[in-house]
Design a protein around this ligand. Structure first.
Ligand SMILES: [Zn+2]
Length: 386
């Protein structure tokens, strides 16, 4: 997913009269500007911000870019050993050594955003494969896969050979590198018609691509992957207001991030022997759609969850975790994906707004909450056990 809410710099008439500094407020995606909570004032970063006299849309566009800069600025100011907002969750870090999986164990490796590597010692599957993670200064222009960055990440993750790559939707923070990763790893690319056009634009041969269908199950070694109907988190004007739109012809790089239309949203139910893993990549839910889905581990996208209303968060929990009754829940897509993949990922936003309410409910439901850092690994279960 791409973020749901962004920030605008506003100055209330009263404050303007008093000459006080402007406030940074959240900008809701409905098009109306709804201040949810006053955040850090731009002068905190040693610069003065004045709202430019421009057209309304020009102002908003500038505000989105400015807000991104401001939102991302604190990351660089932090001690790299103490990523902002993450250190509070150190007790939840999954730190088991996760040796090479044998005897029915499945090991997962978190590679940022919704990119996960699943490995049972015989077969490796990946979701999304977004590894280039271009910085903001590039994202505002035309961007292309960085082979050196992707190669290094695949090497470090032990993912140089994959059976399959499943892409959850076609926004750039999911599908951007799928063509290169498919070609490089020998994978078969599974995705929507839009994702396959990303593959075609990146010269993936037709015989290496499969357009997947809802509720179909695909087998790889001892794994099966079922594609589930899903929903993307709500749209944001100028950023991801393309939900339901498709990529209708081969998409060649360099391209704008805006060229990566959503193309439908999908979740994955990955089975291995008696165990199952649910990957929620869209950050939303469809009521009732998981009534009959059970999984031992659930990976949930929490990117913008903390900015949603409490009722949304409650329903999201009920539909994605409560009904599925896992033993373990791991948040994904919480990291600032405009910084390089590393083992010290920083959050895009303070994770507390999404994670704390979730942890409270998980505790009540006696479900374990676990956090994976970049390249972090965990053994999800051995045969028949957690
Ligand atoms: Zn998206």
């Amino acid at each position: 997913m791409i973020g749901r809410s962004w920030f605008v710099v506003r100055r209330s008439p009263e404050r303007a009269q008093r000459g006080s500094r402007p406030e940074l407020r959240r900008f809701e995606t409905t098009g109306s500007c709804t201040p949810l909570r006053t955040l850090r004032a731009p002068t905190d970063h040693g610069r003065r911000v004045r709202a430019p006299r421009r057209s309304r849309s020009g102002l908003r566009r500038a505000a989105v870019i400015l807000a991104l800069l401001l939102a991302l600025a604190p990351a660089g100011a932090q001690d790299p050993r103490q990523p902002a907002g993450i250190e509070r969750y150190r007790n939840y870090l999954l730190t088991d050594p996760a040796p090479d999986p044998t005897g029915g164990a499945v090991r997962v490796t978190f590679l940022g955003t919704a990119t996960l590597l699943f490995d049972d010692g015989e077969t490796k599957l990946m979701t999304d494969g977004f590894l280039s993670r271009p910085p903001l200064r590039k994202v505002i222009g035309k961007i292309e896969t960085d082979p050196k960055v992707v190669d290094a990440a695949l090497e470090k993750a032990g993912a140089t050979k994959l059976a399959a790559l499943f892409v959850a939707h076609s926004h750039y923070d999911h599908a951007f590198d799928c063509a290169y990763v498919t070609r490089k790893t020998g994978a078969i690319l599974y995705g929507s018609a839009s994702t396959l056009n990303v593959g075609r634009g990146g010269d993936v041969p037709e015989e290496r691509m499969v357009r997947f269908d809802y509720d179909k199950e695909y087998a790889f070694g001892k794994f099966t992957v079922k594609v589930l109907r899903a929903r993307h988190s709500p749209a944001i004007r100028f950023l991801n207001d393309d939900l339901g739109q498709t990529i209708d012809r081969p998409l060649k790089q360099p391209a704008s991030f805006k060229d990566y239309k959503e193309g439908g949203a999908y979740d994955f139910l990955i089975r291995h022997g008696p165990n199952a893993i649910l990957v929620n990549a869209g950050g939303s839910y469809i009521e009732g759609s998981r009534d009959n889905v059970r999984a031992d581990a659930v990976f949930v996208t929490t990117a913008m969850l903390g900015l949603q209303r409490p009722a949304f968060q409650t329903a999201f929990y009920d539909e994605t975790i409560g009904k599925v009754r896992p033993k373990l829940v791991v948040p994904i897509h919480w990291d600032n994906f405009m910084t390089p993949l590393s083992d010290q990922l920083k959050p895009q936003f303070d994770p507390a707004d999404a994670w704390d309410p979730m942890i409270r409910r998980l505790r009540a439901d006696r479900i374990r909450f676990g956090v994976l850092q970049g390249y972090g690994r965990a053994t999800l279960f051995v045969r028949g056990k957690e």
